[in-house]
Each structure stands twice: as structure tokens, then as C-alpha cells.
Design a binder for this molecule. Structure first.
Ligand code: S3P
Length: 182
């Protein structure tokens, strides 16, 4: 797939639960289109000088959520055409949902619980899944958050049976149409 940099597209913002592929797809798009890739979790870690698990442990989830808002406001001051991967819970706050929509083209990578679980089961850097039954937690998070992802996204892609190349292609073509009609 070739997507030259000359194609004009808005910021592309990827949302969805932990393990849905935001980072993989985001980095792939950034590589193929030579766009800057940013990750809200990484920005928060850099800004605070702490890892996500440490922020949750020391300051709690509410503090982390307020940092997500701060980071989105910061991104809003930057110029367009970036690929932005976000933390899975960034859509919880209504203010964040509004900010996300104004930042560019928002894509929800909708993924079933079994796939999510397979991908995140072995990771230890997600404090919300450090529990006895992470699969149950994921199911609960899906139920709680799906309406928020749906409300925020300009495009919903069911990631089942699509590889990263197909996902990137679908996102880029839709982003161009979105930009054209914006
Ligand atoms: C979270 C998802 C994580 C990270 C934090 C909380 C969530 O990001 O922001 O652990 O609430 O779903 P990823 O979705 O990139 O794993």
C-alpha cells in the first residue's frame, strides 16, 4: 500500500479498548504516510515522569483521567496531520469526547472480547487488568464504554478478519472523504 504524504488528511485519532490495535495500526499509518505518531499514554508518562501503573498507584485513576484531558488540550494547539493513539478510557469524560471530535477524524477499532483478551492477557502495564479475572473486567468495560466510543467516532471499524494493512487502507480512504466534506 502506498499513501504519499501529499494526500491531505486531517488528524486521525484512534479510540477503542486496550488491545484493539490502536498503536499497531497508528504506527503503520504513520510509517506508510510519513505522518507524526503520538500516543496520549506516552505523553502522560513523559509529562509526569511516571509510568501509567505508577500514576494509578500514587495518584489514582481520577488524576490520570484529568491528565488525559490536559494532553488532549495540548494536542489541539498543534498543527494537523498526525496519527493519535489514545488510552482506552479517554472517552469516559464528556469533555474528552468533545475534544476528540474537534481534533480530527475519530476512528473506533471495535474488537471482540476474546481477541482483546488474547492480546492483553500477558501484559502487566495495564493497571485496570491487574485483577483475578481480566476477561470479566474487559467484558464489563466493553458494556460500559461502547456507547461512548460510538458517540465519539466518525468511523467504526469492526476489526474482525481485517489485517493491519486493510485497516489502515480503510481508515485513510475514509479520512480523505471526511476531510473533503468537512
Ligand atoms: C486504560 C487503557 C490504557 C491506559 C490505562 C487505562 C483504560 O491504554 O490508558 O491503562 O482505561 O482502558 P491502552 O488502551 O492503550 O492500553
Amino acid at each position: 500500500m502506498s499513501h504519499p504524504q501529499s494526500i491531505i488528511i486531517p488528524n486521525i485519532i484512534l479510540i477503542g479498548l486496550m488491545g484493539c490495535g490502536k498503536t499497531t495500526v497508528g504506527k503503520y499509518i504513520s510509517r506508510t504516510c510519513k505522518l507524526k505518531f503520538i500516543d496520549t499514554d506516552q505523553m502522560i508518562e513523559k509529562q509526569s515522569g511516571m509510568s501509567i501503573p505508577t500514576i494509578f498507584k500514587v495518584h489514582g485513576e481520577a488524576y490520570f483521567r484529568s491528565m488525559e484531558t490536559e494532553v488532549l488540550k495540548k494536542i489541539a494547539t498543534k498543527k494537523s496531520m498526525q496519527v493519535i493513539s489514545t488510552g482506552g478510557g479517554i472517552i469516559i469524560h464528556p469533555e474528552n469526547r468533545e475534544l476528540l471530535k474537534t481534533l480530527g477524524f475519530v476512528v473506533w477499532l471495535k474488537t471482540d472480547v476474546d481477541t482483546l483478551y488474547q492480546r492483553v492477557a500477558k501484559c502487566t502495564n495495564r493497571p485496570l487488568l491487574r485483577t483475578a479475572n481480566p476477561k470479566e473486567v474487559l467484558s464489563k468495560l466493553i458494556a460500559e464504554r461502547e456507547p461512548f466510543y460510538q458517540e465519539t467516532a466518525h468511523l467504526v471499524i469492526d476489526t474482525a478478519n481485517l489485517n493491519v494493512d486493510e485497516l489502515a487502507y480503510g481508515i485513510l480512504e475514509s479520512a480523505r472523504v471526511f476531510h473533503h466534506h468537512d
